[in-house]
Design a protein around this ligand. Structure first.
Ligand code: IVH
Length: 688
């Protein structure tokens, strides 16, 4: 059937699309659609081209194996081409059986012939590497590239601890080992957490990574090996390229498995999950067993690989268009899928952290149906620019919480509004604040907030706080879940009947808890203050506050400036204490606790020696001759000053060192007093 103009148009459009996405994936390491989506488009084009060969163009994406090469790396021609594996699209057990049937057919085996022996391996989701050793020394590492020519990445690869730089004496003079460089899920999470922090602190040009594979690819193909070194990578060997031939004294391997064991003995990591499987049913069993383990593996896999074990049979089977007939990849459900955002809700964690969460149209990802995905924090929502109604890529891998990785902006509905973090805690209505340099918003209603109940009670009850013996994790869980306790004062309203009615609570232990509660009522101000769980108020700060103010009411009424007068209290702590006691709900809880009989001996306020720089705002710029910036900042804050990052009319002093730039200009422009290091010291000594 000749191609209609419509089919021709579709083929052109698909090629265009695939070129675009291949560039994002292979060159930028920043795909903007899920792999499964790419595969779907790819297969559609393949099918059109199969039915209408006249539409096939030499530059069609279907005609190349791998990716484009990045500028900046030396090119390496592989001595033995790096092949790809045919993928079995059927993710059911029949996928394994079909492969076995094909192999038997190609080998011309009779039905009565014994089962074929295979090696079953994990299909690691990373980046293929060729490691070349000469005389037992790593001389070159290269990516697969297009299968013929790859990128030379030796410097970056040398930073991977799992890759041996030197091999034992008995290895063949030429040895190429092939395998997958990947990033473990925990390393990936840590890296992205670090990236999010950098972004929160205002670092330019930083981004988070879409998934471990892209993070790994980005690290391997990083032009700066110093940066590559900071990205934790791992490696598994699963094959080989050129090896000194037997005639020249090379090893006489006869099976794939034997070769892998030898590589392992030479120091290469070979997955312990690699095993021999005989006949199709053992392949099926392997696929199913690994499918169950997939979530708990420390790294991503997108399937398993079956390889004919005998190297002689492999040779007999040969290749079709760069894919060996002796190997196949058998997949699992994709870990990334498209869906739409129905709402963005804000959840409050046990410690008061506010997390925006995308409510999704249900979608099957990584083997489960997902309806929620974390958006981490305000910056992340804005950076990815996720809006209600958007079509997004969702990723779920392992036990990690599902995540929105990116938005398909072309599909945005008109008028979709940008996300705004609420100013109040959605659970208790207290103020939600974001501290300077922090990525997260927090609820300040710690004592009252339903989300923080358990944490607040456990913190209050601990030995170093008011010390309620026997009130542990499990009991608090039970009390809160049964709604017996909503806020701290409810603890002191507990009766024997209520307590003893809880599951697994004997009357004797109930009596013990009541006695402990009674005893805890007589406490000290520092313990009580620490027990309230005010953010940034540890035991030491609680003592400092108690010593300085003497009475709880004085602390509750103190302004930020007055709090700054406390020795060792800086702006972050002062702000936090002030905000905490400004929340009516928190004050109510404190009053109720006192009404329940919680009491302590109050003291007198310490004689106040006002801090010399209380209320002053100071900006540091340039390099000082002897003090580091952190030292200068600490000294200023200890003296009560607020150290700010930008110069404005409110700035009292600018301390400028060598190579001070625009901030100094601004200070002069606004007529702000400029000091050098000596001037700073004089100021601290109260001489200015
Ligand atoms: S063997 C002749 N084994 O999958 C076959 N590949 O499309 C050559 N991969 O680029 C590859 N795990 O990055 C092989 N156990 C495994 C693998 C594996 C992951 C990747 C590899 C390759 C792609 C094949």
């Amino acid at each position: 059937m000749p191609a209609t103009p419509k089919i021709q148009e579709r083929a052109d459009a698909l090629r265009e699309l695939l070129h675009h996405h291949a560039h994002r994936y292979y060159v930028m390491d920043e795909p903007d659609i899920p792999d499964a989506e790419y595969d779907k488009l790819f297969r559609e084009l393949q099918e059109i081209e199969a039915q209408h060969p006249e539409l096939l163009t030499p530059d069609s994406p279907t005609q190349r194996v791998g990716g484009k090469l990045l500028e900046g790396f030396a090119k390496v021609r592989h001595k033995v081409p790096m092949l790809s594996i045919r993928t079995e699209t059927d993710i059911e057990a029949s996928g394994a059986r079909n492969f076995d049937a094909r192999v038997r057919r190609e080998l011309g085996l009779a039905e009565s012939a014994p089962p074929v022996e295979y090696v079953a391996e994990l299909k690691f989701d990373g980046l293929a590497l060729n490691l070349r050793y000469e005389g037992g020394v790593l001389v070159q590492a290269a990516t697969r590239g297009d299968g013929e020519i790859g990128e030379e990445v030796t410097q970056n690869i040398r930073t991977i601890g799992q890759i041996p730089l030197r091999l034992p004496k008995d290895v063949p003079p030429v040895l190429e080992v092939r395998g997958e460089v990947y990033m473990r899920r925990d390393d990936f999470e840590k890296l992205n957490e670090l990236q999010r922090e950098k972004i929160a602190k205002g670092a330019k040009g930083e981004k988070t990574f879409v998934n471990p594979r892209n993070a790994a690819a980005g690290a391997v193909r990083q032009l700066d090996s110093g940066i590559a070194k900071q990205r934790p990578l791992s490696f598994f060997a699963y094959g080989w390229g050129e090896i000194t031939p037997v005639e020249q004294g090379g090893p006489a391997f006869t099976s794939h498995f034997e070769t892998l064991l030898t590589l392992r003995s030479w120091g290469f990591p070979v997955s312990p999950r690699t095993q021999v499987a005989t006949g199709p049913e053992e392949l099926v069993a392997y696929h199913q067993a690994v499918g169950k383990e997939r979530d708990s593996l420390p790294f991503d896999i997108d399937g398993v690989v079956y390889k004919v074990n005998s190297l002689a049979l492999q040779k007999q089977l040969g290749f079709v268009s760069r894919e060996p007939r002796w190997a196949v990849a058998h997949k699992y459900p994709a870990q990334e899928q498209l869906t739409t955002v129905q709402a963005i809700e804000v959840q409050v964690g046990r410690t008061g952290k506010l997390t925006p969460v995308a409510k999704l149209a249900p979608v099957f990802v990584g083997g489960v149906t997902v309806t929620n995905a974390t958006l981490h924090n305000e910056d992340e929502v804005h950076r990815k620019d996720v809006r209600v109604g958007d079509t997004v890529i969702v990723r779920r891998a392992g036990d990690v919480i599902p995540e929105v990785v990116s938005v398909l902006v072309d599909k945005r509905v008109q008028g979709a509004a940008a996300f705004k973090m609420p100013a109040k805690c959605p659970v208790c209505g207290s103020d939600a604040v974001r501290e300077e340099g922090e990525a997260n918003h927090r609820c300040t209603g710690g004592l009252f907030c339903g989300a923080q109940r358990k944490e607040a009670i456990l913190h209050f009850a601990q030995r170093r706080a008011v010390d309620i013996e026997g009130l542990g994790d499990k009991l608090v869980d039970q009390l809160v879940e049964a709604n017996v306790i909503r806020t701290l004062p409810d603890l002191y309203k507990l009766g024997l009947v209520g307590l003893a009615s809880l599951d697994r609570m004997a009357e004797k232990s109930a009596q013990n808890v009541l006695a402990a509660l009674e005893k805890s009522k007589q406490t000290t101000l520092p313990r009580f203050l620490y027990g309230l769980g005010v953010r940034h108020v540890g035991e030491t700060t609680a003592k400092d506050l108690a010593r300085h103010f003497g009475k709880l009411d004085a602390i509750m009424e103190a302004s930020t400036e007055q709090l700054l007068e406390v020795p060792d209290v800086g702006p972050v702590v002062a702000e936090s204490v002030h905000t905490f006691f400004q929340q009516p709900h928190n004050r109510e809880v404190v009053e109720q606790l006192r009404a329940c009989g919680v009491t302590w001996e109050e003291g007198e306020a310490a004689v106040r020696t006002p801090k010399p720089l209380a209320g002053k705002t100071i900006v540091l710029t340039g390099t000082l001759p002897t003090l580091s910036r952190d030292e200068a900042k600490d000294m200023l804050e200890a003296a009560g000053a607020k150290v700010s990052g930008s110069v404005s009319k409110k700035t009292d002093f600018v301390v400028a060192g060598a190579e001070a730039g625009s901030k100094l200009d601004k200070a002069r422009e606004l007529g702000v007093t400029v000091l050098d290091e000596d001037g700073l010291k004089a100021l601290l000594a109260g001489e200015a």
